[in-house]
Design a protein. Structure first.
Lengths: 337, 306, 294
């Protein structure tokens, strides 16, 4: 790892503590990730797996009940956890941006599009209203909004869902961030628009040299958009590595189950396979591997001790006992236990 | 938008008709409304003449028709006590009530809105809890008691303020406080919950994600959105204030329509009572209409709803 | 940096966390206490509340100069013992308050269920009436009605019931509308139950929660309205002691500093309303968090 990564998370944990301090929800546990400049990382998981919390942790926009008990977040070499509130504020929107799932809810209904797109420019770069609005118009053009000048004075409810999401994207790239985090940006869009939007994101990425963290539960999108993939389960990253590698030879039983549950036309099987069981309660996790209760290949050891991260082929990583024992997943384990 | 307005107006018209019908029917509910509609101490001849005039032997719908006709002409009867048309009496007193209500409203918003915002922004902590206590007290202390206690303190013990009448700003202070007290609490509560709701929304999240300073997030993005329901309520409350000020006006001998109502019942001046009630209801219906229209103008979202 | 993010439901998390944590013991004790006082008024009151001794007018409470233990809380302008009047006044407030709330609740819930469940023109009619009556401020309406039928204890109860049922009807109707969509109601329809049966056996028990919560909240309001009516002179007729009436009488002595005639009855009203409100708030949290919109 000679080149410094754009974003590096080291053993990051985020917990929610209940009001009385009795319940602790381990939303994110011991997560280590890297994102290189210009790269796309996909984070995949069920709801409740901690992916959204992870995103908010990076931007340090957690609710008061949250604590970050351990870890470091290095962005361009600086530890974000050491930054003051004022410093973080300068990071948000300007160096790291985020777009949310529901574009209708993300835009303030009472203000014009122009106002909302121009706002980060005025705040971060001190642009005058006129300059900011001009740049807003350019941004709308960049995200392919027709007749951008007219749109500036309109309100969010006058736009279609697809347009709104583009506008949110425009807001995201407005100050030229190095990293854009997209939390399920296509989930609320029509299928027909999804593809267009994803293409737009790719274009923007190439044009601006953006790194992209793509949070989704849709592996199809991951296959199309992402270079690297991290699979999360119960707050932990259970597998990560290059997308091709993981798709070809998934190392973790959960990843395997996810991939096999995608229905394929070529499949001879008649029934869809789903993963048995329910997602775990993050405040009362069983000892050992969190996935063990639902894992078809679980060993006794899995239920007792948490598996470590085991490096695999091509800089991939799996958090599973099965990977260490070498019991046939094609990964050479460094961490012999 | 015009469709919306027309629909709204038709609805209000219906409400007004129903209101007048309700009042009309209630007056006749005892069977013989002459005791109410005739001056106390009138002779039998007077009573018969009144019966004739109001057509009290006529079938009910005829009576109602003539009642509505009189209403349409602004004829709400004549006060027994003052010997002037009720409408005239009402309109002469209305400005006083309006003044009192406005003062009370200003007071209630000045106290209620900032404390509501503070409570929401500092939710769960000291200011929020203080706010909760305040809200509780505001909603539980009857306005006239607040008024009486104020008089006790400021007029009797401290002798700073006059205890009754109107005429100067000093006279306005205590009644406005007493009247506005309850509404301050109500506005605080609404501002707080509205603000909390807004603060939890995605666009606030995005505003923070944009890296906007917290003061801007609150003052610009949250505030305006949170204020919408509060202003709506305030508008309605203004009219309600005018009408529920009966007791406060009585306590402070403030010459508004509340006091007029009190005089009406004390002097058995039924036309006045009926008139005040009719006008109270009518006023509220009309103001609700105006507020809905105003709302439609301000909030761009409503305009599209056909 | 502290902020609220993510799915804060309509009924904010802050309310749940910081709301009334436990059972509101003090308010309930107060309400029960007042009820007991009301029931055992005869035994508790040292004097006859309606008869006064002109020689003992305007006596201050026992702890002030000029006061005596005989009249613990002083006397009013007719020499009547304030304490006794407060005690009997509790009876008036409780009786009128509770009964009116029940009446309003019964009418309002009934009409709300009928209106919500049957829909159609029945719903339209009831709703129009409700909206119209809601347009009239309660106090104004109540005063109007007392002017027509004349004040008496019974009349006041009926009047208050007639004024306040609309508050119930709206809320209950809303609940019924959503209940109608639920499985068990549909099952009952499919099973051939008559409308009346469904309303009675399936809908009614499910709206009772809301009705009860509304009832406790209404109690405070009704008490204040009754006190207002008494204060204006159209409440429960004298010489029966009502706290509002005592306040009106008390005003006569206010300017000369006879504070006990105002502060004491007013405090009683305040305590009762406060307790009812606290109880109502707690019930609202306990019985159904969705009712927070009330």
């Amino acid at each position: 790892m000679s080149r410094r990564a754009l974003l590096e998370l080291q053993n990051l944990s985020t917990h929610y503590v209940s009001a009385k301090g009795t319940r602790v929800v381990r939303a994110v546990e011991d997560v280590s990730l890297r994102v290189e400049a210009g790269e796309t990382l996909g984070i995949v998981g069920e709801s409740g797996s901690g992916k959204s919390t992870l995103a908010l942790t990076i931007l340090r926009l957690l609710p008061p009940a949250a604590r970050i008990p351990s870890g470091r977040m290095l962005f361009e070499g600086e530890d974000l956890l050491q930054k003051s509130d004022a410093e973080m504020r300068r990071v948000r929107g300007k160096r790291i941006a985020m777009i949310l799932q529901d574009p209708m809810a993300s835009l303030n209904p009472l203000f014009t599009i122009g106002d909302q797109v121009a706002e980060p420019l005025r705040v971060h770069e001190g642009a005058t209203r006129a300059t900011a609005w001009r740049r807003a118009c350019d941004l709308l053009k960049a995200v392919r909004i027709p007749s951008p000048q007219a749109r500036l004075s309109q309100h969010p409810h006058e736009m279609s869902g697809g347009m709104r999401q583009r506008i949110v994207g425009a807001i995201g790239i407005s100050c030229g961030p190095r990293l854009l985090i997209a939390d399920e940006p296509t989930t609320s869009l029509d299928l027909t628009i999804q593809a267009q939007y994803l293409n737009l994101l790719r274009e923007l990425q190439r044009a601006h040299g953006l790194a992209l963290i793509f949070i989704t539960h849709n592996l199809g999108i991951v296959a199309k958009m992402c270079d690297q993939l991290a699979v999360m389960y119960a707050g932990r990253v259970v597998e990560q590595g290059p997308v091709r590698q993981i798709f070809r030879a998934p190392g973790h039983p959960y990843t395997r189950a996810l991939l096999s549950s995608i229905p394929r036309m070529s499949d001879g099987r008649q029934r869809l396979s789903a993963i048995d069981g329910q997602p775990p309660d993050l405040s009362a996790l069983p000892p050992g591997c969190a996935f063990a209760p639902r894992c078809p290949s679980a060993l006794d050891q899995c239920r007792e001790v948490e598996p470590p991260e085991v490096a695999g082929a091509e800089n991939s990583c799996v958090r599973c006992w099965l990977a260490t024992s070498g019991s046939g997943r094609g990964n050479v384990g460094n961490g012999a236990l | 938008m015009t469709r919306y307005i027309t629909r709204r107006m038709a609805y209000s018209l219906l409400s007004l008709v129903l209101l007048s019908l309700t009042i009309f029917l209630f007056v006749r509910i005892t069977g013989d409304p002459t005791t109410l509609l005739v001056e106390p101490g009138a002779s039998q001849a007077d009573i018969d003449a009144m019966r004739e005039r109001f057509g009290l032997d006529q079938p009910i719908w005829v009576q109602y028709a003539s009642f509505m006709q009189r209403l349409a002409h602004g004829d709400l009867g004549q006060s027994f006590y003052y010997r002037t048309p009720v409408l005239e009496l009402y309109l002469s007193r209305l400005p006083n009530s309006l003044l009192l209500a406005l003062a009370a409203m200003v007071f209630s918003l000045l106290i209620g809105v900032p404390s509501g915002i503070l409570a929401a922004v500092r939710v769960g902590r000291f200011w929020d809890r203080a706010g909760k206590v305040f809200a509780l007290l505001g909603l539980s202390l009857p306005s006239f008691w607040v008024g009486l206690v104020l008089i006790l303190f400021f007029s009797v013990y401290l002798e700073w303020l006059p205890s009754s009448g109107s005429g100067t700003a000093w006279h306005l202070l205590m009644p406005a406080f007493a009247l506005g007290w309850y509404f301050a609490a109500a506005h605080m509560r609404l501002t707080r919950s509205s603000m909390l709701e807004v603060l939890g929304s995605d666009y606030i999240k995005l505003a923070r994600l944009k890296g906007l300073p917290e003061s801007l997030v609150i003052a610009k993005h949250a505030f305006k959105n949170a204020l919408i329901p509060v202003l709506t309520l305030a508008g309605i409350n203004l009219v309600i204030m005018i009408n529920v000020a009966v007791v406060v006006e009585t306590v402070f001998a403030w010459p508004g329509i509340g006091r007029l109502l009190y005089e009406g019942i004390t002097f058995r001046d039924f036309p006045v009572v009926q008139g005040v009630v009719l006008l109270a209801g009518g006023m509220i219906v009309i103001v609700n209409l105006l507020i809905d229209i105003l709302y439609a103008v301000i909030d761009p979202r409503i305009r599209l709803e056909a | 940096m502290a902020m609220r993010s993510e799915a804060v439901p309509l009924t904010s998390r802050a309310d749940r966390v910081r709301g009334l944590e436990g059972f509101p013991l003090l308010p309930v004790l107060i309400l029960v206490g007042v009820a007991l006082v009301a029931i055992f008024a005869e035994a508790l009151a040292p004097h006859d509340p309606e008869v006064g001794s002109l020689a003992a007018r305007f006596r201050p409470p026992a702890w002030q100069a000029g006061g005596s233990v005989e009249y613990l809380l002083g006397t009013d302008h007719l020499g009547r013992d304030v304490l006794s009047r407060l005690i009997f006044g509790a009876r008036v407030s409780m009786v009128v308050g509770f009964t009116a709330v029940m009446v309003a609740g019964a009418i309002g819930t009934g009409l709300g269920i009928v209106s919500g469940y049957l829909g159609g023109w029945v719903d339209q009619v009831i709703m129009r009436v409700t909206d119209t009556w809601l347009a009239l401020p309660a106090l104004t309406f109540a005063i109007f009605l007392t002017a027509i039928v004349g004040p008496s204890e019974m009349n006041i109860v009926i009047i208050l019931g007639a004024v306040y049922w609309t508050r119930y009807a709206r809320v209950i109707r809303g609940e019924v509308l959503s209940l109608k969509q639920r499985e068990f109601v549909r099952l009952a329809i499919v099973a051939g139950c008559s409308k009346g049966t469904i309303m009675r056996r399936h809908i009614l028990p499910n709206v009772l929660n809301s009705a009860i919560v509304l009832g406790t909240l209404m109690l405070g309001v009704v008490i204040v309205t009754e006190a207002s009516l008494s204060f204006l002179g159209v409440g429960v007729p004298p010489p029966k002691p009502a706290w509002g009436l005592m306040l009106a009488d008390g005003k006569k002595g206010l300017m000369v500093g006879y504070w006990w005639l105002t502060v004491l009855p007013g405090s009683c009203i305040m305590l009762m309303v406060l307790s009812a409100n606290l109880l109502g708030d707690w019930l609202r949290v306990k019985l159904d968090p969705q009712l927070r919109q009330l």
